[in-house]
Design a protein around this ligand. Structure first.
Ligand SMILES: [Zn+2]
Length: 216
């Protein structure tokens, strides 16, 4: 694993922190990062306790394994996202509770809080349903991520991307927090949504202090 050990350790650090947050039920989460002309991705069934750095799997963008191991069953989603968004370096997928709950409504998270604008638009979309592990789910996620840095996956979970692994991890934490807060607001009443002009103003402010469109 010469030359990319740091990156492999960094991927496992993200996995461990997703577990600490309770986002990685039964190894359901997976993490990937570009490396050279391929992608490093967590192995199928991998968690921070059962995976060594050299067990992070290296694959090409068409899913061919370079070396050994079996990549996450969601490798289509990771590689298609990295192909579709050249500025993105890392992708995190989880079944975090609040995101899963909202994904079952198959609706976007609207502009109930200004921080929704930090994901690139006036809402955070929910990708149309497709069976887990399929190229069709990957295409659905790419569609929902257009102009955004994260989305929900219908009846499944969430996906976030970043210019770095830390950026993708932080976007995951922010999205799950917003999802939980949106559910709380829905329980208390009918949230008042921010108008598009206010969301545009917030996006401008994020841009002005470097938060940008892809967290990084
Ligand atoms: Zn999943």
């Amino acid at each position: 694993m010469s030359g990319n050990e740091d990156l492999r350790v960094a991927i496992l650090s993200v996995v461990a922190r997703l577990e600490e947050k309770g986002f990685n039920h039964g190894s359901s989460g997976n993490v990937s990062c570009r490396h050279g002309d391929g992608v490093l991705i967590t192995p199928t069934g991998g968690n921070s306790g059962n995976t060594a750095p050299d067990e992070i799997v290296r694959i090409t963008y068409d899913g061919t394994v370079i070396g050994e191991g079996m990549p996450s069953s969601e490798w289509h989603m990771h590689t298609q996202i990295l192909r579709a968004f050249p500025h993105v370096q890392a992708v995190v997928h989880t079944h975090a509770d609040a995101c899963v709950a909202l994904s079952c409504l198959r609706k976007p998270i609207p502009a109930f809080h200004y921080m929704v604008a930090g994901f690139g638009g006036d809402d955070i979309r929910c990708a149309r349903y497709a069976t887990f592990g399929t190229a069709d789910l990957a295409a659905s996620a790419v569609e929902a991520l257009d102009g955004r840095t994260a989305c929900l996956l219908a009846n499944h979970g969430m996906i976030a991307m970043g210019k770095t692994l830390e950026g993708a991890f932080n976007a995951t934490i922010k999205l799950e927090t917003l999802a939980r807060q949106y559910i709380l607001a829905l329980q208390a009443g009918e949230p008042v949504l921010l108008p598009p002009e206010e969301m545009a103003r917030v996006r401008g402010k994020y841009g002005s202090y470097g938060a940008g469109r892809v967290p990084g």
